[in-house]
Design a protein. Structure first.
Lengths: 224, 224
DNA sequence: TAGATTGTTAATCGATTAACAATC
DNA sequence: TAGATTGTTAATCGATTAACAATC
């Protein structure tokens, strides 16, 4: 290689908008797969989400998958490539803290295992809930948390406690060797930078819906 | 006005990224308000979300609110302006379809009323659930839906039925005079263009979390 | 082969950030 | 007043789309 040649561009960062769209593609591909479809075109996917078909092809190229001219993308192949890219084809162990209604709903949500999450324990503060079975799990006291995290090498903590308790729980799990927090309490949690926090804020969805309702823009974008 | 003067630019479209951030500002402002804070600077808000403070000021200017140099924004004033902008200060009537765990959790979610949603009825398909009280609502059969929508002038339908039933329920409510659908079933629903659909896709959040976990980028963005 | 569809480069568009004047 | 902070214009950066060659 000539020494005055241009440095190979790092370019390893994935466009954040692409990252947002990819999980949606995965969902549609799952449905197409169940319907027995073999191939899908960028045009079809684009139409589904009201984006440009060039956009879809660019997104696909970002994850490094190749289609076939004339036939399109293999449904199974692309779904699997996206799965690998997102890391949902490998298993992550998780615990859930807060055995209320929302917690119970999540435990039974089939998507968890579909996206590589393996729930190993459920915790709650409330003595009345202890040892009750919630979705097949005996609810454990918070005291057991540390030991469980260690013995199962838990990577993700799902927080479904009330708003007021959420930051304290977050601090507690961040002290353990937890790598990521999936927060459903309606508050922004903060954690050390080595812990990834995803705040699943339903109020945001509601607020956006309310705004669209007010404006009543007919062609509302799907990715907002 | 001189007749060769430039046309007033329409420019009425709100940047979609701004729209995404605004509900988060609202949430923080609520918390600051509860803490008794009077003023907040663009710098503080920016720091909170890892964005630029110029960005915050631009977002605020989009909703048409003015701050005070040196002191910043009035917490109450800005929160209220955002509330007006989002339309959450005016009440919208809603029904919920699907009285399972997720439905129950949502009914009791305090955010609903906080964001201007007034739930008036809960429906379910399952005869075993009928007339049971869920969060203070007697579960009604689907047959009653049409009448309830008419008499309460219901604007929003919240769908918390299983994936397999979701599109059928969506079609049914779209036939009524419903203006918006808030869907929690893990599938993309499609409806006529005069009905706004918000698909609240938890699998997307899980997929993004999984990706971040795989990459373990320390400084993960909050708005992804 | 002809036509459909992918993959990629270049052009456009929109969003973020830098710079700085205005204001309390 | 001096300093802090807003508000806005201009510059930069990134994402989308148009154009078109490559390929089955």
């Amino acid at each position: 290689m000539k020494d005055h040649e241009k440095l190979k561009k790092p370019k390893s960062t994935i466009p954040v908008q692409t990252l947002r769209r990819i999980p949606y593609y995965h969902q549609i591909l799952s449905e197409l797969e169940q319907q027995g479809e073999q191939f899908v075109s960028s045009k079809y996917l684009a139409h589904f989400f009201h984006v440009d078909d060039t956009q879809v092809r660019k997104d696909v190229s970002v994850i490094g998958y190749k289609g076939k001219p004339k036939s399109g993308y293999s449904v199974t192949g692309l779904k699997s490539a996206i799965g690998d890219f997102l890391g949902i084809n490998t298993e992550n162990t998780a615990i859930l803290i807060g055995a209320g209604k929302l917690g119970s709903a999540l435990i039974e949500y089939p998507g968890l295992s579909e996206y590589g999450l393996r729930l190993v324990a459920v915790f709650d503060n409330d003595p009345k809930k202890l040892d009750k079975a919630v979705g097949g799990f005996a609810v454990q006291p918070m005291e057991n948390l540390k030991k469980v995290v260690q013995s199962f090498d838990v990577g993700i903590a799902i927080i479904t406690v009330p708003k007021t308790a959420a930051q304290a729980v977050c601090d507690l799990v961040a002290e353990q060797k937890i790598k990521a927090i999936w927060n459903f309490a309606p508050t922004q949690l903060s954690a050390p930078s080595d812990v990834t926090v995803r705040n699943e804020n339903m109020a945001v969805g509601l607020a956006l819906l309310s705004h669209y309702l007010k404006k009543r823009t007919a062609e509302s974008a799907i990715f907002s």
